[in-house]
Design a protein around this ligand. Structure first.
Ligand SMILES: [Fe+2]
Length: 407
């Protein structure tokens, strides 16, 4: 017989019992204490604040999932607190319930427009409050799931980028190394540049990793030549690589913004670059940055100039191939590299001793010479786990050379 009672699975039961971190804000001590006692009885972890200012300090110092606040408080009221939360705390989402004696339509509307999620009229009906908290909890769980799914998509995106870079490395080790370094350098330049938003730092790194993907398939002698040494036919093939790269990447929807940057990475601010002969601001800023990073890396690794010899070459390129502001940034990076090189020496560690953030001082190869990780790679938990797997099957040696910087 159907009794109408739903049966929850053990997992759902656990979820329902999971306590929330709730902040109770009320300037009236008795109301605050009564509410806190009831919430604790329901199993939640509760913090109390006597006004909006105290609440804000708590919100900045500990994780809070839900705020239950009085509206009318001296100085900093519940609606002001709501506006501040919505403006300054983007993630994770905080669910806000306002409790007030004000219940006219304009008042409720004002609260909703400020960003509250729910509204209860005083005196508080605790059965009602418990039901509203359950609604908030479901919304917070949906938000958490969305964040987890977004992180999975991000992870897959970076796996795709990693696959492309491995493809380049398999085609040509030097080209792969160049692209890895340009990705890192382009991101560093973006972080220094006043007009690049933090949201674009990842785009710059990805565009740097992939900027020469159109070189795959070109004859090796072209890949390693300087343009000034190429024959007419070779130059024509070489000059097609930004468009080839754009075509490869534009096939993947999420990489379309990157494909535009890849197309433009050989444009020059004097209009004498290729493939489109764009000038100055016609070239997207992020493409100008990737192009500058690529030139710097080529000076160091293709022309094999010493770090000390690079500034003179940068000054020759200033204002016609690279814009002055980016040259100044590259000069600063060059100064830091010189200092780092003077203070850094390498040590050998076993794989068990490796830690995230350490930088490889040498390539790691398999016995057949195939590259596993290139010099200057900053180790992450993922790369360390990969090295352990390789060592377990004796595919690499258990001694790894990393930089150790002197204080
Ligand atoms: Fe290129």
């Amino acid at each position: 017989m159907n009794t109408g009672t739903s049966i929850s699975t053990p997992a759902e039961h656990v979820r329902e019992q999971k306590p929330l971190d709730i902040l109770v804000v009320d300037d009236h001590p008795v109301t605050r204490t009564l509410l806190t006692m009831r919430l604790k009885k329901w199993g939640h972890r509760v913090t109390e604040a006597e006004n909006g200012n105290a609440a804000w300090l708590i919100l900045r110092s500990k994780p809070i999932q839900m705020v239950i606040t009085d509206w009318m408080m001296p100085e900093f009221d519940g609606i002001e607190l709501t506006r501040k939360i919505r403006t300054e705390i983007r993630s994770p989402y905080i669910y806000i319930i306002v409790v007030s004696a004000l219940d006219s339509k304009p008042d409720v509307l004002k609260g909703l427009q400020a960003g509250i999620d729910d509204y209860l009229v005083k005196p508080i009906d605790f059965d009602h409050l418990q039901a509203r908290i359950a609604i908030g909890k479901r919304i917070l769980e949906v938000e958490k799931t969305l964040i987890e799914q977004y992180e999975t998509i991000q992870h897959n995106y970076f796996q795709t980028i990693r696959m492309f870079t491995q493809l380049m490395e398999a085609f040509d080790e030097e080209l792969g190394g160049h692209c890895r370094r340009v990705g890192k350098l382009a991101k560093t330049l973006g972080m220094m540049h006043p007009n690049v938003k933090p949201a674009d730092w990842g785009t710059l790194e990805t565009a740097g990793f992939l900027h020469d993907i159109g070189m795959i398939g070109l004859p090796k002698e072209i890949v390693h030549k300087r343009e000034t040494e190429m024959t007419g036919d070779e130059k024509q093939l070489y000059r097609g690589h930004p468009i080839q790269g754009e075509l490869i990447l534009a096939e993947i929807e999420t990489l379309k913004p990157i494909s535009r940057l890849v197309r433009c990475h050989h444009e020059q601010i004097n209009g004498k670059g290729f493939p489109d002969g764009l000038k100055g601001d016609e070239i997207p800023l992020l493409a100008r940055i990737v192009g500058a990073a690529s030139i710097y890396d080529s000076l160091q690794h293709k022309r094999k100039l010493s770090l000390e010899a690079i500034p003179e070459q940068l000054m020759l390129l200033k204002g016609y191939r690279i814009e002055p502001q980016l040259v100044e940034m590259l000069l600063e990076i060059n100064r830091q590299q010189i200092i780092h090189e003077q203070n850094a020496f390498s040590i050998e560690l076993s794989i068990e001793e490796l830690k995230e953030g350490m930088v490889l001082a040498d390539h790691i190869r398999r016995p057949n010479g195939a590259l596993v990780l290139s010099k200057d790679t900053r180790l992450s938990a993922f790369t360390i786990a990969t090295l352990k797997r390789f060592a377990d099957i004796a595919a690499i040696e258990n001694r790894i050379s990393v930089y150790r910087t002197l204080p």
